[in-house]
Write a protein that binds this ligand. Sequence first.
Ligand SMILES: Nc1ncnc2c1ncn2[C@@H]1O[C@H](COP(=O)(O)OP(=O)(O)O)[C@@H](O)[C@H]1O
Ligand SMILES: Cc1ncc(C[n+]2csc(CCOP(=O)(O)OP(=O)(O)O)c2C)c(N)n1
Ligand SMILES: [Mg+2]
Length: 349
Amino acid sequence: MRETPVPDLTYPPLTVAGLSEAELLERIFPRLNRGPETNDSLLLGPGDDAAIVAVPDGRVVLSIDTQVADQDFRLEWNNGYRSTGYDVGWKAAAQNLSDINAMGAHATSLVVSLTMPPETRVAWVEDFADGLTAGIRELGATQCSVAGGDLGRGSELAVSVAILGTLDGRAAVLRSGARPGDTVALAGTVGRAAAGLALLESGPNVSTLTREQRGLMDTQCRPQPPLAAGPLACEAGATAMMDISDGLVRDGNRLAAASHAVLNLDPAALRQLAEPLKPASVLLGADAMAWVLGGGEDHGLLATFAAGRPLPAGFTAIGSVEAPASTDGAGVTIAGRRAESGGWDHFAN
Ligand SMILES: Nc1ncnc2c1ncn2[C@@H]1O[C@H](COP(=O)(O)OP(=O)(O)O)[C@@H](O)[C@H]1O
Ligand SMILES: Cc1ncc(C[n+]2csc(CCOP(=O)(O)OP(=O)(O)O)c2C)c(N)n1
Ligand SMILES: [Mg+2]
């Protein structure tokens, strides 16, 4: 659990412009890598020109993801909630750990770059470091350390994380291996982060929200990707896998296209996924099914498994893989009918 943050009582509040880079780093370093675990692969951590990591498997899984203020989060949302540094640090960890999870791997280290306007409070940056550390630990990525990073000044607050992972000798699970007859399965949630985003953007004031509604907001601000499920799916012989960051149908279309297949989803399974989102959808006059089909950022896993195989822990069947009727017929269908895409596109949305 999160420790109660020490309030910043200085007035005016200390901002990053009031410290040197070295002084700011001195405040960040002790907040990183605080777990009891030791990471054998980190040979040299923060403090030199670059970090050094061992790659015992001979291969490294590598990804990068960026969050920019007002594109991926807001410091102040329309419902009055203020994203804490802790939220943004947690989400930076979660969305990057998720891409490693989606290959069937586990994360070993990451580097983080923070671009900040000069008026950013030092307390916010410290909270960011705490959130990053807590996200890694509490999501279960106990072998992942923060190997280093970068600080810079800019007009927008932006956070980039590049992350490394290992497959421990296994073959990765790609998007391209789904075959007709396979079961389509989901681990983690879909639609919760989108419902949370709708509450943050247009919902009633944050102070009036119920526990359930706060929980949806929390999924948007501090997502909980199912990190045990990726390596488990890999070991269980998943034929294809990806994480859902942009929406079930949009991402499902990507997996389907890579596999030259149709993912035919079961409407009853989709209705079950929508059911817990109903109260929030009624409150906002929104469509719970649209959140299930189009909502990104829960970072659940979409995977396919050979028919008849028991699904690994955490996965539920939501459909089956079929052969496309024509060469350009790959995509997602619901009970045989082509699904509308929706979902997130940075340049179209
Ligand atoms: N600017 C870029 N240059 C090269 N490759 C990119 C760039 N942006 C994205 N990609 C690649 O395109 C693929 C899809 O990217 P993205 O949608 O960001 O993946 P994900 O949703 O899993 O994070 C990834 O393999 C990614 O590495
Ligand atoms: C202020 C704000 N507007 C919109 C969104 C919704 N949103 C932003 S990015 C995104 C999709 C996931 O981000 P992306 O950078 O595409 O991650 P990737 O697919 O690369 O993992 C969504 C649904 C948000 N989280 N915050
Ligand atoms: Mg991904």
